[in-house]
Design a protein around this ligand. Structure first.
Ligand code: SF4
Length: 631
């Protein structure tokens, strides 16, 4: 890693503030791995005078420093909340197991990195939750802050505990723990919520009064204002909104991405993190409509930044941080209409300074030699394609509009351009998948290998083709939200079928484990009853379970049994389309009828057009001024 903190930067030494560590912390830091995770004091962190602000926000990421510091949403909201003069927002991450043990042994509570103050000094505990497997860590962080984990046991208004992030589109499994959820994009909504909380704090409101008022802010879901009833078979019979709360909470979006502030001076971590680079968000939403993809639906409609905004923000951020890599981030970056223009503008600045520009994932259908040549001028990164299905029929069923010909053409261009490494991602267990589709994955890898033998520029370097599979997880608000997941045993059978079908030595096969996928499927489509299981798992020691080192399938299974809940009821059951779903009070903009239609299309292996070619009237445009998408 290069030195990313230019010493010539004015104010650098002023900005570094090693937190006011007490003696206990000083003693334990030399005993843990990567102590820089726990000290704060990074370049560009925001420090304020705590006596001069009305609200202190502990912005918590329920995973390690390295993961949280790579999260773009966290970077954006840290800056937007801190743009309010009466708010000081600080960062809090979950400690790794060694630090966790030391903190427990030495009686050190969870603390924020900027001030070093423990969480009892804060008015707001806000979580960013993008992944269901982080739920037990959320509870653990509340406990490390000496707070009761259930909202009903925290009687006073402060600290207000809320969560946002993509996992909130089905808030129900975490509903009893949160005072409220913010649904959708937080740039404007969080600041409206903080303005109301400031008023409530200064005027001494009760928690109940504040929650009832907060429910009137667009995008705010207050679970305690919704009564949920169940049928004898465990399905939801009624969702009833009380005390004036809206029947459905519509997610918030930022309508004009050019007009909202982008953090061009993000914090530069002092230790290596997962994404050690500038992440430049080029657009939100996706024009494609892959039927398994929750993100493609919950972030609709598409809103793009202007090329000049991107070039300016990219260059400013590079200047303010000293990073030597920049990634153009979005759900499908190669779909951005002005990609060539943005790459040209950025490369003009980046090339002479040896700064690399990359795209995180490419579609195999619109990749061009011109683009590839542009991006490889500085540094060549690996090629990654999310192909998802092993046959054209299956790819049509999931609306992944990529043909074998597209993929092979792209690979040919890449191999001719000097690439030697290709990663292909697939899912096993997609609706309508057959064994033939699985064998088709191996055949496609053989064809890619054949293509390399024909066209590779550097044959002497060899080729490496990696196939990765994960188990399909049906997700709320996608056309497959009603589908059942295959069992872990069936997933392993399909994995073994694929393994035995791969014969070439240059093809490596990795697969994601099935047990985590089962638990993720339960948490994704769970109801409020699942909260008891999450709490039980946490009480038995569950935390950081997104990491395989800490995940325990047995702990989850014993906890389901304790509460008489069957994971298969949530994960594997195919639900009728008229069943009330636990997340039906959340409106992400896309009409349920559209999802039903897309699911029917899947069973006919019929394609839907992408939004640039024809609008399928999914409903998301209603979130925009004028009710019309511009792509
Ligand atoms: S309203 Fe039409 S163009 Fe907009 S996201 Fe939906 S399908 Fe795409």
């Amino acid at each position: 890693m290069q030195n990313k903190t230019p010493a010539s930067k004015p104010g650098y030494f002023f900005k570094i503030s090693v937190i006011s560590m007490d003696k206990r912390l000083e003693r334990i830091l030399p005993k843990v791995q990567k102590p820089a995770r726990y000290t704060g004091g990074e370049y560009n962190q925001i420090l304020k005078d705590k006596s001069a602000v009305d609200l202190r926000v502990a912005f918590c990421f329920p995973d390690t420093y390295e993961i949280g510091m790579s999260n773009l949403g966290m970077k954006i909201l840290y800056h937007t909340m801190n743009s309010l003069p009466y708010v000081w927002c600080e960062r809090v991450f979950a400690p790794w197991s060694d630090m966790y043990e030391q903190m427990k042994t030495n009686d050190i509570p969870l603390y924020a990195l900027e001030s070093g103050d423990s969480l009892d000094a804060f008015d707001v505990i806000a979580f960013s939750v993008g992944y269901e497997m982080a739920y037990t860590t959320v509870l653990d962080m509340l406990d490390m802050a000496s707070l009761p984990v259930r909202s009903r046991d925290r009687e006073s208004l402060l600290p207000l505990v809320f969560a946002g992030g993509s996992a909130g589109v089905n808030p129900e499994p975490m509903a009893p723990f949160m005072d409220l959820f913010v649904i959708g994009e937080g740039e404007e909504m969080n600041n409206e919520l903080l303005a109301l909380l400031r008023k409530a704090k200064l005027e001494g409101w009760s928690k109940q009064r504040f929650l009832e008022q907060a429910a009137g802010i667009g995008g705010v879901y207050v679970p305690s204002l919704y009564d949920i009833s169940y049928h004898d078979d465990g399905t939801v019979s009624e969702i009833r909104a009380c005390s004036g709360a809206p029947e459905r909470v519509t997610k918030r979006i930022v309508k004009d991405l050019d007009s909202v502030p982008f953090p061009v001076n993000p914090i530069v971590p002092s230790t290596e993190v997962v994404q050690d680079r500038v992440n430049l968000e080029i657009f939100r939403g996706c024009v494609r409509g892959c039927r398994f993809c929750q993100a493609g639906y919950i972030y609709r409609p598409i809103r793009a930044k202007k090329p000049e905004t991107l070039i300016r923000q990219g260059i400013e951020t590079l200047k303010n941080t000293g990073y030597e890599d920049l990634t153009l981030l979005s759900l499908s970056s190669s779909d951005y209409r002005h990609l060539g223009q943005v790459c040209d503008g950025l490369l003009e600045f980046c090339e002479p300074r040896s700064i690399g520009v990359s795209l995180p994932s490419l579609r195999a259908d619109n990749f061009s030699m011109e683009l590839m040549e542009k991006l490889q001028r500085v540094r060549k990164s690996g090629l990654t394609f999310a192909v998802e299905g092993g046959s054209q029929r299956l790819r049509d069923a999931i609306n992944k509009n990529v043909t074998e010909e597209d993929l092979l053409n792209t690979c040919r261009i890449a191999f001719e351009g000097g690439w030697n490494t290709v990663k292909l991602y697939y899912m096993l267990g997609l609706p309508t998948e057959t064994d033939e589709d699985i064998v088709g994955i191996a055949s496609m890898a053989d064809q890619v290998l054949h293509c390399w033998r024909q066209y590779a520029k550097y044959k002497n370097r060899g080729v490496r083709i990696t196939i990765s599979t994960s188990c399909f997880i049906p997700k709320p608000h996608s056309p497959f939200q009603w589908e059942g997941q295959i069992s872990p045993e069936e997933y392993l059978r399909r994995v073994n079928l694929l393994r035995s079908s791969i014969t070439a030595r240059n093809v490596v096969y990795n697969w994601h484990d099935a047990e985590t996928s089962l638990i993720e499927a339960v948490l994704s489509r769970g109801d409020r009853k699942v909260a008891d299981v999450i709490e039980a798992v946490w009480r038995k020691g569950g935390r950081l379970e997104a990491w395989s080192d800490f995940f325990s399938y047995d702990r989850w299974m014993s906890s389901f049994a304790e509460f008489g809940l069957d994971p298969a009821f949530y994960a594997r059951r195919t639900r009728p389309s008229d069943e009330i779903l636990p997340w039906d009070m959340i409106n992400v903009g896309v009409r349920k009828q559209h999802l039903v239609h897309e699911r029917e299309m899947a069973y006919r292996a019929a394609l839907s057009p992408d939004c640039r070619h024809a609008c399928s009237a999914c409903g998301a445009a209603s979130l925009l001024e004028g009710g019309k998408c511009d792509e």
